[in-house]
Design a protein around this ligand. Structure first.
Ligand code: B30
Ligand code: ZN
Length: 261
């Protein structure tokens, strides 16, 4: 594991990432604030083609890696971007807030609004033989992101199994196994409309090789589910893992496009 970068504590907090990881002060960083007024509608952006995202049998490893909960995904899951590039899924993980019941923790914001939490489904360009190889390539990665919101009309049962397993991975390095997974159900009902831009990993080494797709629609979780997500796992300091999101970065001269008019 890389050196001990953090979000807010110690010598390598997020303002000091560039000292060890110079790319973190680059001109195409993520996350960003998505300003709806300034997003360009591009009718040639087709829907994302998500294959193998539906119900899958088998065992899926879920780990507390010290800065998030991460589920390993099978290479049978693919996303094809509107430019025709095919990506293979590698892992999914979450960012959240929760330091108090009022604190949201999404990475992307919409018109300055931070959501409760954010899902990242991390993919690599299928033309490379592995995630490891693709990581250092300029066209290596794509992340499909969805924003999570509180909605108290009962729990979101598509998240029940995942949330129940958090108790098994309280400490960094611990892992557990999900039997069966349906990522499509864990996404917003409408997973066709998105914002798209070119950015980076939101953690060190902040590599600027990520094609971002942030879904326009949101994932609803009940407040009890969000509480469990926010309070079940601890970090390397044995403190509840809270507020592991990066502040928004300058857009500089990048365009954000959407396929929702
Ligand atoms: S994100 O989706 O932009 N938040 C990585 C992948 C996706 C994002 C951020 C980072 C990534 O692959 N990082 C390098 C690998 N990590 C290992 C790990 O899985 O988690 C090395 C590390 O951080 O130093 Cu801990
Ligand atoms: Zn992430």
């Amino acid at each position: 594991h890389g050196s001990e970068w953090t979000y807010s504590e110690g010598a390598l907090d997020e303002l000091h990432w560039p000292r060890e990881y110079p790319t973190c002060s680059g001109k195409r960083q993520s996350p960003i604030n998505l300003q709806r007024r300034k997003v360009h509608y591009n009718p040639s952006l087709t829907a994302l083609n998500l294959t193998g995202y539906g119900v899958q049998a088998g065992e899926f490893h879920m780990i507390n890696n010290g800065h998030t909960v991460q589920i390993s995904l099978p290479p049978t899951m693919h996303m094809t971007a509107p430019d025709g590039t095919q990506y293979t899924a590698e892992q999914m993980h979450f960012h959240w807030g929760g330091a108090s019941s009022e604190i949201s923790g999404s990475e992307h914001t919409i018109d300055g609004i931070r959501f409760v939490a954010e899902i990242h489904i991390v993919h690599y360009n299928s033309k490379y033989e592995s995630y490891d190889r693709a990581q250092s390539e300029p066209d290596g990665l794509a992340v499909l992101a969805a924003l999570i919101e509180v909605r108290d009309h009962g729990e979101n049962t598509y998240y029940s199994n995942f949330i129940a397993h958090l108790n098994n991975i309280r400490h960094p390095g611990q892992s557990t196994v999900l039997s069966g997974l349906d990522i499509l159900d864990m996404l917003p009902e409408d997973a066709q409309h998105y914002y798209s831009y070119r950015g980076s990993l939101t953690t060190p080494p902040c590599t600027e090789n990520v094609h971002w797709f942030v879904l326009v629609h949101h994932v609803p979780l009940s407040s009890a589910q969000i509480w469990k997500l926010e309070n079940s796992i601890v970090d390397r300091q044995n403190k509840t893992l809270h507020n592991h999101y990066r502040r928004t970065q300058p857009l500089n001269n990048r365009a954000v496009e959407t396929n929702l008019m």
